[in-house]
Ligand binder design. Sequence first.
Ligand code: DX5
Ligand code: ZN
Length: 222
Amino acid sequence: MGIQISPSMLASDFANLAAEAERVSHADWLHIDVMDNHFVPNLTLGLPVVEALGKATSTPMDCHLMIEDPDRWAPGYVEAGAQSVTFHVEAATAPVRLARELRAKGARAGMGLRPATPIEPYEDLLPELDMLLVMTVEPGFGGQAFLDMCLPKIRRTRQLIAKHGLDLWLQVDGGISPDTVERCADAGADVFVAGSAVYKADDANLMIDDLRAKAQAASPSC
Ligand code: DX5
Ligand code: ZN
């Protein structure tokens, strides 16, 4: 699939979501951060907003669920129109069952890891997934500084994906900018979430193009 860019709408103007989706027309995905004030100390939006946004845009939605009890809520995001749904393994009761349910409903199944969560215990689970998200900040807020300590985990995850011969996307989220995107691509990431970098740029599409070009140049597989 190559390099993909998924701007985080958390940094957009929530009063004009449809227009903000339009402003990033060069994006491969729209990254929608769902927070419940339990899994993370912040509250954003939920099913009705995702459903409404899905009707207003043709760009596929990549829903990142930072919520407790994703087993209960995640499948609803497929019904609301999300083409990719990522739950956090720290919050899921039955990640295998949940990933299978998301796929059965027709979405890509993603699983997220907080910075302190290792990948190794989940090696056997990788074939059940379409995307693995390595958080590069503590989830909860946009605009935080990139955590370099996550780079070895990105590299190890890419090695596990190769070892099993999987077509599994490796997403990074948090502090991704022109200064950090190359480090992540070099370590093996191929899907890049960027909130502040894209939405605070003078020209959001130009920033998307720049992030994509930098990632492509630094990616070992491109
Ligand atoms: C943080 C969210 C991110 C956030 C990224 O918990 O998951 O998607 O919006 O924002 P930036 O790119 O500003 O770090
Ligand atoms: Zn996110």
